[in-house]
Structure formats: structure tokens, C-alpha cells
Write a protein that binds this ligand. Structure first.
Ligand code: CUA
Length: 317
């Protein structure tokens, strides 16, 4: 595969093409307005130059109609552009239900990715063409930013929380992956590639890799090792929230609020259990902060997902 990356690669997804259209429309509109201004300036400069013999009497001091026109017309155009951009933006935050999940952990100075079957990679991200892929990303140290110019998309990757991003590559190829947030000495070297492959090739690639258990299986091992079973098992005498089908469920909290359980919620429940207590339960869950690394947290989330229907529809900004 070619490693000759260009600075302005052609779009590799329909969402990226939509971004290009919006961008071009903005540039075209701005250019049009700029040209109109320049033409009028030149016209007036010429017409009312010092020696020109033009009628300068009774110059109008006010033109209500004209003023209203140049206020309302641009406003309508900009509202249209706003609606257009808002629609594209909102779509970026609604991953389809059938999206493939890939967990991404950023660290100084590399990108680590793990597919649900346990296949891991560093500084590359293999994805199938034509299938939506949802990245669930976090950082092990400082703030990084996952940036793929060919997808016209980037997302900050922040320690202590998950950020997500989704896309559907619609052509095969290798697309430059960059870090777009200054993160230390080798920030500029923190790059890799997104490799979009035909679905058959991707399936083959996925199976060719893992020599260890999938995420959910590893999550189960961790779940047992850390004693979670003591409370979160059906037969347990301790009263703890049911985990099966948790992803996507609306959780009622003791402070009266509600929250839809997504990956960030589960992560927070393990790291800072006192932050949001589920209504009707005692605040007895211990924190697992510093006991689990990012990969282990992701494995446990996948294990919980495997317990019951995942009704998490899309993602929220
Ligand atoms: Cu990571 Cu810049």
C-alpha cells in the first residue's frame, strides 16, 4: 500500500464529502460577497473621483428599503448555512445502532486500538469499507486529538473520560491519522493510518490476529478477579444494581436525576462510584481507580455489554 500521504486527501466517506460541500459553499458565498463589495468600491471610486463631473446635489442620506434588503438577505443566507451545518454536526453524534466498536487508547506518543474480538494494533486502525465504525476513545496520559483528514473529522481524546467518533469509510485505502493536540515532545510523530479494506479482507484480517481472549472474555476474568461478583451476581445477598442490559438503559439516580447508561457512565461508576448513586441502592461500591488500566476498563464494559441487550442508540455529544 502506498505511504505517500497528501495534505488534502480526497474525502473517504460520504460525511466527509458533505463537509467538503458545506465548506465549498461557504467559500463560494464569501467570495461572491467579497467580489460584490470590490466591484461596488471600484465603481464608486471611478464615478465620484475628484475631477468627475457628476451630480453631487441632493445625495440621499437614508434608504430604508436598501438597508432592510442588505440586512435581511444575508441573514437568511446565514440561517440556511447554519441549519445545513447544524444538521451535519448533529449527524456526527448519532452513530448507527449496527456500528462496529473499536476501542482506542492514546498515549504519549502512539495510538492503540483494540477490536472486540481482541485483535490489537498500534498506530494503524483497520476498518471495513461500507460499515459504520464507532470509536470509543480515551487517553492514558494527556489530551490528544484523533484526526483523520480524509474523514474530515477529529475528536479530542481526554484522560479520565470517553470521547466517541463514528464514520463509514466508503473507499478502500490508507488514510493518514494524526494527533491534532500538542501533547509533548513527540507530538508530531504521533501518527498512523486508518486502513479501509473490503469487508472480506477485513474479516480475514480480524481473524488472523488475536492470540488472546476477546475483550468480553477478558472482562469476565477481571470481573471475577476484582470481586465484582460478590455484589453484582443474581444470587448475591448484597443489593447491587442489575448489570444485564445496562447499556442504553435509563438509570434513575438517588439525587432525582436520570442518565442513559453509556460507556462513560459505566466507566464513571467504576472509577468514581460516589458521583452518581443509583436510586434505591446504598453507596457501598468501592472505587477501582488505579486498580484497572484503560484496556481493563474497556474489557469490563464489553463484558457488561455481553450480558444483555445493548440498547444504546447512537451517542450523545
Ligand atoms: Cu498526541 Cu499530540
Amino acid at each position: 500500500m502506498s505511504h505517500a500521504f497528501t495534505l488534502f486527501p480526497p474525502a473517504a466517506s460520504s460525511a466527509a464529502r458533505d463537509t467538503d460541500k458545506l465548506y465549498l459553499a461557504l467559500v463560494a458565498f464569501s467570495t461572491l460577497i467579497a467580489i460584490a463589495f470590490i466591484v461596488v468600491i471600484i465603481m464608486f471610486c471611478y464615478r465620484y473621483r475628484k475631477k468627475a463631473r457628476v451630480d453631487r446635489r441632493n445625495a440621499p442620506s437614508h434608504a430604508g428599503g436598501l438597508e432592510a434588503a442588505w440586512t435581511i438577505a444575508p441573514m437568511l443566507v446565514f440561517m440556511l448555512l447554519f441549519a445545513w451545518a447544524a444538521r451535519d454536526y448533529a449527524l456526527q453524534f448519532h452513530a448507527p445502532r449496527n456500528a462496529l466498536r473499536v476501542f482506542v487508547v492514546a498515549k504519549q506518543w502512539m495510538w492503540k486500538a483494540e477490536h472486540p474480538n481482541g485483535r490489537r494494533e498500534i498506530n494503524t486502525l483497520h476498518v471495513p469499507v461500507g460499515t459504520p465504525v464507532r470509536l470509543i476513545m480515551t487517553s492514558q496520559d494527556v489530551i490528544h486529538s484523533f484526526f483523520v483528514p480524509a474523514l474530515r473529522n477529529k475528536r479530542d481524546v481526554v484522560p479520565g473520560r470517553y470521547s466517541t467518533m463514528w464514520f463509514t469509510a466508503d473507499r478502500e485505502g490508507e488514510f493518514l491519522l494524526l494527533c491534532a493536540e500538542y501533547c509533548g515532545t513527540d507530538h508530531a510523530e504521533m501518527k498512523g493510518s486508518v486502513v479501509a479494506m473490503a469487508p472480506e479482507d477485513y474479516a480475514q484480517w480480524l481473524e488472523a490476529g488475536p492470540t488472546h481472549a476477546g475483550l468480553a472474555a477478558r472482562g469476565y476474568t477481571l470481573f471475577r478477579r476484582h470481586g465484582c461478583m460478590g455484589c453484582h451476581a443474581a444470587a448475591s445477598s448484597v443489593h447491587a444494581p442489575e448489570l444485564a442490559g445496562l447499556l442504553g438503559r435509563t438509570v434513575h439516580l438517588s439525587n432525582g436525576g436520570t442518565v442513559v447508561a453509556d460507556e462513560t457512565y459505566i466507566r464513571d461508576a467504576m472509577m468514581e462510584p460516589q458521583k452518581a448513586i443509583v436510586a434505591g441502592y446504598d453507596a457501598i461500591m468501592p472505587s477501582f481507580k488505579n486498580q484497572l488500566n484503560e484496556e481493563e476498563i474497556m474489557a469490563i464494559i464489553e463484558y457488561i455489554r455481553s450480558l444483555g441487550p445493548d440498547t444504546l442508540a447512537g451517542e450523545r455529544p
